[in-house]
Design a binder for this molecule. Structure first.
Ligand code: ATP
Length: 305
């Protein structure tokens, strides 16, 4: 309760005719989090975000922002990008920001220059918005939303359509805002590997439901569970694994590496047992179960998302 939570939703639900777009989602975001919301297209991410921002009305459930119930006041402290940024195409980068500053009644004129630097568009300040690359447009949109110094930034698929360098730029910016300007961030994506580089907590949505929440530390913990073992004699090694380690929880991969899903925290012991039985262990290492693999495991599907 209180100020520790920037956002809490309680059983938030949205029905569109017969489609339940969001189904009883209770999500908690604490101050300082970079919260990554993961889900396939159509899982309900945008609808959830629209309800949080007040653009869509919940069918059921409630939203609490900054520990209070005055959503109107709280939403003034939120910056967001939920659709393609709306920029004035014939104006320059700098003019777009300047107009936005005046419209918002922000008196600090220096903020435009500061933000141009922050989003690395200072050298493009005189370019027309219509001439910008998608990545630059996205950074300009971020600068626009930062003009009001938001405490909470909500970004729906901010890297959609960007090339790898554009993705990295947005990622670096998000990290910088979080670490150096104390901005709490809620970011949705279907790019799991991408989120795993910045998020401190994750929520997975599937068919409108929040099916799991975990921290990056918990993800690391789970990721430590498998060991990749390369040996000279696979058949004999698997017999020893079954007999002496007492587990059938392994598989022999196509590249002739044994993947051991238990004892991940004990590579030394696995090595000793195999070696004592005359097996040559050529290599043994912990495998990184990344976010994508983890997601596929818990949603039980190999379908691409
Ligand atoms: P995407 O990444 O494609 O935006 P998403 O996870 O954001 O996916 P939503 O856009 O929230 O998913 O959609 C969730 C479900 O609700 C989908 O089945 C979608 O067709 C439906 N839906 C969303 N908006 C509306 C609407 N305005 N009217 C009717 N159905 C809608």
């Amino acid at each position: 309760m209180g100020e520790d939570y920037i956002l809490r939703t309680v059983m938030l639900t949205k029905l569109y005719n017969r489609v339940t777009a969001v189904d009883g989602v209770s999500i908690n975001i604490r101050r300082g989090d970079i919260y990554g919301l993961i889900g396939r297209n159509g899982a309900g991410k945008t609808t959830l975000i629209r309800m949080i921002l007040g653009v869509a009305k919940p069918t059921k459930g409630k939203v609490e922002l900054f520990g209070g119930k005055d959503l109107g006041a709280a939403r003034k402290k939120i910056g967001s990008i939920i659709e393609r940024p709306s920029l004035y195409p014939t104006m320059t980068v700098e003019q777009n920001l300047e107009v936005h500053r005046i419209l918002l009644g922000i008196e600090n004129e220096k903020i435009v220059g500061e933000l141009l630097e922050k989003v690395a568009l200072d050298r493009a300040r005189r370019k027309k918005a219509s001439d910008l690359s998608l990545g630059m447009k996205q950074r300009l949109a971020l600068a626009m939303t930062l003009i009001a110094s938001p405490e909470f930034l909500v970004l729906d698929e901010p890297t959609n359509g960007l090339d790898p360098s554009g993705i990295k730029e947005v990622r670096d910016l998000v990290k910088d805002l979080n670490q150096n300007s104390n901005v709490t961030i809620f970011i949705s994506s279907h790019l799991l590997g991408e989120l795993s580089k910045i998020a401190s907590r994750y929520g997975i949505v599937e068919k409108g439901k929040l099916i799991e929440e975990f921290s990056s530390a918990e993800l690391d913990e789970r990721a430590k569970q498998s060991l990749l073992v390369k040996v000279d004699n696979i058949k004999r090694a698997t017999e020893i694994i079954e007999k002496d380690l007492g587990t059938k929880n392994y598989k022999v991969r196509d590249d002739n590496i044994i993947e051991l899903f238990e004892n991940g925290e004990k590579p030394g012991e696995v090595n000793r047992i195999l070696s004592n039985n005359g097996i040559v262990v050529e290599s043994i290492c912990k495998s990184q179960v990344d976010l994508e693999a983890y997601f596929l495991k818990i949603t039980g599907t190999k379908r691409d998302i």
